[in-house]
Design a protein around this ligand. Structure first.
Ligand SMILES: [Mg+2]
Length: 347
């Protein structure tokens, strides 16, 4: 296949036709205490167009008010209603199993307690009270005694709902065990599995869609195995933004269920025209063109046919060609340039 001097042209922006933009928080809107460059202006711009913006978080430790306040501190016009938390989705799930008024053993913090109380549930911390259900989410104080109470309560046949299953949680000093790890400790003791509300499971996405009454939502996240996989399972279009956890290396290696519909460098990309992707897939050779970038998977070789000044288009082309080849990444020889973080950032 020859080289092209003409690009593939531009199509609509990712948010064209959407009636709701749902954003993950960590790695998308902020990192630690700092807003991510261009995130705030971009989300404000989207709101100014009259589009709803919602925020989805698996973090069960904080209430919607606390998250909204933090977002307002960055200059976003977020209200508590704009924030969909995993305890909210977990409480909706709980209602399908036990009616309000029931007694719930809580492992976790204020984020869970507040939602259960709002919904009319009573709360206990002791298995001796014969609770009707167990809800488990992350809080920094959770220790062996709390996990043991959950295990004792779950010896009876009662519903067990986990807010989320994240194995790790990034904190200021490094990576620490997340709720999934703590749930796993209880699971080991009781040999049961919980129902899970948070990403990548669908209840939290359903909660958001219901709340905003959306018919064409789009989700933007920074992790393939929670954000992108969850959006796909929920039937939503998804955008991967390269400001958080997953980068070029993970994107080109993504299995089919974890592939985003759009890849952008920062949130400005939500409103910018997105390049068309042209694919030519044959049994032993798959080529993808994006803008002026062209990548071919030929046998086990991934080849850059045409580089581009846009390293973002090159990455999009690489992801599209590898996906079209239907080959496993482990079987392919990939040029280092395709998975190296570009020095000048994503353009
Ligand atoms: Mg994130």
């Amino acid at each position: 296949m020859g080289l092209f001097t003409r690009g593939t042209g531009m199509g609509p922006s990712p948010i064209e036709g959407a009636d709701l933009v749902l954003a993950d928080l960590d790695g998308v809107v902020y990192r630690g205490r700092n807003a991510i460059p261009h995130a705030v202006e971009s989300l404000r711009g989207i709101r100014a167009r009259g589009l709803d913006v919602g925020y989805i978080t698996n973090n069960a430790a904080r209430t919607d008010e606390a998250v909204a306040e933090q977002l307002r501190g960055f200059g976003l016009d977020a209200e508590p209603r704009s924030v969909v938390t995993s305890p909210q989705a977990a409480t909706t799930m709980l209602r399908e199993h036990v009616a309000p008024g029931a007694l719930v053993l809580v492992v976790g913090g204020e984020g869970i307690e507040r939602e259960l109380e709002r919904a009319g549930y009573r709360i206990t911390r002791s298995a001796d009270d014969a609770p009707d259900a167990v809800m488990q989410g992350f809080a920094r104080h959770v220790g062996w005694e709390h996990l043991a109470e959950a295990a004792f309560a779950l010896a009876r046949d009662i519903p067990w709902i986990a807010t989320n299953q994240d194995w790790t949680i990034p904190v200021e000093r490094g990576v620490a065990p997340g709720n999934g790890t703590l749930v796993s400790a209880v699971h080991t003791a009781v040999q049961k599995l919980p129902l899970v509300a948070g990403k990548p499971e669908t209840p939290i996405f359903a909660e958001a869609v219901r709340r905003f009454g959306a018919t064409a939502p789009i989700f933007v996240g920074d992790r393939l195995d929670t954000d992108i996989r969850g959006a796909a399972k929920a039937g939503m279009r998804s955008v991967l933004v390269l400001t958080g956890i997953d980068r070029a290396k993970q994107l080109i290696a993504a299995p089919p269920g974890d592939r985003a519909d759009y890849i952008i460098g920062d949130l400005r990309g939500l409103e910018q025209p997105y390049p068309n992707i042209e694919i030519d897939a044959r049994p032993e050779r798959a080529t993808a063109r994006v803008g002026k970038a062209q990548v071919t998977v030929d046998g086990i070789d991934v080849r850059i046919d045409a580089p581009s000044r846009s390293n973002l288009d090159l990455l999009r082309a690489a992801c599209a060609a590898i996906a079209a080849s239907e080959k496993l990444i482990y079987a392919l020889r990939v040029p280092e340039r395709l998975y190296t973080e570009p020095e000048g950032g994503w353009i």
